[in-house]
Write a protein that binds this ligand. Sequence first.
Ligand SMILES: Nc1ncnc2c1ncn2[C@@H]1O[C@H](COP(=O)(O)OP(=O)(O)OP(=O)(O)O)[C@@H](O)[C@H]1O
Ligand SMILES: [Mg+2]
Length: 521
Amino acid sequence: MLSASPACLPPLAAAATRVAAPRLGVGVGVRQLSTSHAHPQLMPAPKDFNRTPDEIVAELNKHIIAQDDAKRSLAIALRDRWRRQSLQNDDLRKEVTPNNILLIGPSGCGKTELAKRLAAFAGAPFVKVVATRYTEVGFVGDDTVSMVHELAEQSYMDEKRRMKDLVMDQAKTRAKNELIKAIMKNPLSDTWTESLISEYLDDGRLNEMEVELDAELLTRDEPQKSPLADIFGNMAGGPGGGMGGGRPGGISAVPIGVSVQGPNASDINSKLEDLFGTGGRKSKKKGEKKKVKVAEARPLLEDHYANELINEEDLTENARVAAEQRGIIFIDEFDKLITDKQENEGGYKGKRKGVQKELLTLMEGTTVSTKIGRLRTDHVLFVASGAFTQSKPTDIMPELQGRLPIRCELKPLTEADFIKILKETRYNLLMQQEALLATEGVSLKFSDDGINEIAKIAHTLNTETANVGARRLKTVMAKLLEDLKFDAHKMTGKTVEVTADMVKEKLATMTKQSDLSKYII
Ligand SMILES: Nc1ncnc2c1ncn2[C@@H]1O[C@H](COP(=O)(O)OP(=O)(O)OP(=O)(O)O)[C@@H](O)[C@H]1O
Ligand SMILES: [Mg+2]
């Protein structure tokens, strides 16, 4: 028998009331269910990153082996940002620009990984671009600005996720109330009360039950490319927009109207909406109903209400400030922009020079009109990276060199480093494989001599064929475990130990044919 629960349902929300969000750059703007019950989490969070350099290095050490110089420089760059933001004198603060960084080192030694981990740790909007993209045939100049559009988009998505987290408790309550309302319309038993349904919803008993809900409430909040995105992207790059005339970057999760300002903006918006539809989640017809299982409906409803509780204007502004003050743009293959002195002027050479000049403009500081507003690039941290095997950093345009004052040389990884990468990094490759096979009840173990052998083979392959750095470990591991992974489902309950002999044997069949690289790219 099911028993009624005394638990009361939270009252359905009254009219949503806007709570003013102080503009602290990382402040939070959300709609509250009730101003009298202000949620403590909704207070502006001073999320400014204030970790010390040694804390930053310690964090990087969890994921990246060796490369101490680069870790130090990146930690200083991040700390300098915090120092700058702590400056009281506004004018002085404006003058302090970041010391952009040039990472030099062979393939697969951790350049990109370092920058990614740093950005994740700092909660900074981060984008990675490849410099050669801008020199490709058919690429129109000035488009380097698209990296700023991408940063804006990333920042918007990060901020949205953060703000959604803050309102999630309220959104869950609303979603649950909506489900209760729907179930009460057609209860399976006369004895069901709201509080009983609430209890059943909590313990998952109603997961398979079908409910009828407004289709509008069930649309997934996925960033979608709207036809309007292009229009607004272009409009935003209009006169006075600095370098904003570039192509609008990719998908648009940004609401309509963000980029269109002025007296006729809403008029333009509604006309364009009539023409194209919104392309987003509100395209469902009003009143349309849909039958769904409770378990499927719940996360969609929660997402819907979380979106509703977020104030779009504050979200956009927070995202813009975060991108401007904390954004990191990582430019890979920077060395490919260097021109050869023997090369003829014009053609590719001209293009590469052109891209260097455009990057200089971005690094010197300019305004780009993005979908989240006008974004200054002065304080964005640029991290450029390249192998510089065919060229030297001194071949970069002198002015651009000046904008990359910090140079870090990353070392090629040794066999001993490979062992550490395998054993000591967080969620390392060994742990990953063990966990994957454990899902099928196979217990995988790596002995120390087995690990040493993997590192040795990976290192030998790098020396004898192309040096792809630590990436080699992944390909060696894939080959080594290929048979096991194919058959694991038939091996439940078994233990497999990877020893040096096993590694040799598994890879020997191939090494016998003298060239291992034929089989392991
Ligand atoms: N020092 C390191 N410590 C731990 N793992 C590393 C290290 N270097 C590389 N790796 C691993 O190898 C992968 C490739 O590294 P990464 O992308 O940083 O190479 P890269 O230096 O940027 O090379 P490329 O010049 O080819 O872009 C990473 O995802 C990471 O798993
Ligand atoms: Mg890289």
